[in-house]
Design a protein around this ligand. Structure first.
Ligand code: SF4
Ligand code: SF4
Length: 289
């Protein structure tokens, strides 16, 4: 059993409780306009090119079967192998469950001391359901605390298989107005809320994760919408607000994708009125992440 991974981040402290290893899977059915991991969207390996590193040696063009034409690029990786300054990189590699778990287990001591563990993230880990389920199950057999970072946009049957192996769902709630949700993410809100309610009904613990983008979803109506959802859950642990940052823009450019600037870094001070509005309407802890 193997999956397409684009990163394994050690000592992660914003992806669930304690110190964690975050495993990022490639592939996502959403197209959030604020996505800060555009390299995660495609399920296939992708070429990233950083022109500022290029020294113009020409080795890449000597091996590329497609004349370095981005539109024809298959992600074969031949150019990246030749590029010794790292201007060309392939994002995404296949790894087995055993290989990923071996990486995760290297830091067991840190999990035990901090209350941390493994977080499976993406992209959307439900996009590779068999691999994600197998990885979660294997980690659980090793008594690792598991978080699943998900948009919740998937068939319920896929989530149901993972339920026994997930300690906390880091569950995205990006926009509570259905029309805006469709506009900002490309997918409908209702199935996401249905899955969230079913997880809660089955006793699954959730942390709601809400990206907040000034001018898009920092409206008080959205804060009230989050509160309404939060108040309907019996097993909610807390709510994380994630201020927008523009780091995805440069990644998008390196991948040859169109950049859609949404402004600069959103500060916590700027979003504090939103946090206060939400915190005043539900008893759950509301913190910036
Ligand atoms: S191999 Fe790397 S450094 Fe050389 S021309 Fe290609 S991208 Fe630039
Ligand atoms: S990965 Fe590099 S060598 Fe392969 S098709 Fe794309 S540009 Fe050409």
């Amino acid at each position: 059993m193997d999956g397409m991974i684009f990163d394994i981040k050690k000592f992660a402290i914003n992806d669930g409780p304690g110190i964690r290893t975050a495993v990022f899977l490639k592939g996502c059915p959403l197209r959030c306009v604020w996505c800060h991991n555009p390299e995660s969207q495609s399920p296939l390996p992708e070429l990233s090119f950083s022109p500022e590193k290029c020294i113009g040696c020409g080795w890449c063009s000597s091996v590329c079967p497609n004349g370095l034409d981005r539109a024809l690029c298959t992600g074969c990786g031949k150019c990246a192998e030749k590029c010794y300054v790292g201007a060309r990189e392939i994002i995404g590699r296949r790894m087995t469950v055993e290989d990923v778990l071996a990486e995760v287990l290297k830091d067991r001591i840190f999990y035990e001391n901090s209350g941390g563990g493994m977080t499976v993230s993406g992209g959307e880990p439900l996009f590779q359901p068999e691999f994600t389920t197998a990885l979660l199950e294997a980690a659980k057999k090793e008594n690792i605390h598991n978080c699943l970072d998900t948009s919740g946009f998937a068939q319920w049957a896929k989530i149901e298989k993972m339920l026994p192996f997930v300690d906390i769902f880091l569950y995205d709630l990006k926009e509570t107005d259905p029309e805006r949700h469709l506009e900002y993410t490309g997918v409908p809100l209702e199935p996401i809320l249905d899955n969230l309610r079913e997880i809660d009904r089955r006793g699954g613990v959730t942390i709601l994760r809400c990206p907040i983008v000034p001018g898009l979803n920092d409206r008080f109506e959205h804060a009230d919408g989050i509160a309404e959802v939060a108040n309907s859950l019996r097993h909610l642990s807390e709510i994380n607000l994630m201020p927008y940052h523009p780091l995805g823009e440069s990644k998008r450019t390196r991948l040859g994708k169109t950049s859609v600037p949404l402004g600069g870094f959103a500060s916590r001070e700027q979003l504090e009125p939103f946090r206060e509005r939400l915190a005043g309407r539900c008893p759950a802890k509301v913190v910036f992440s």
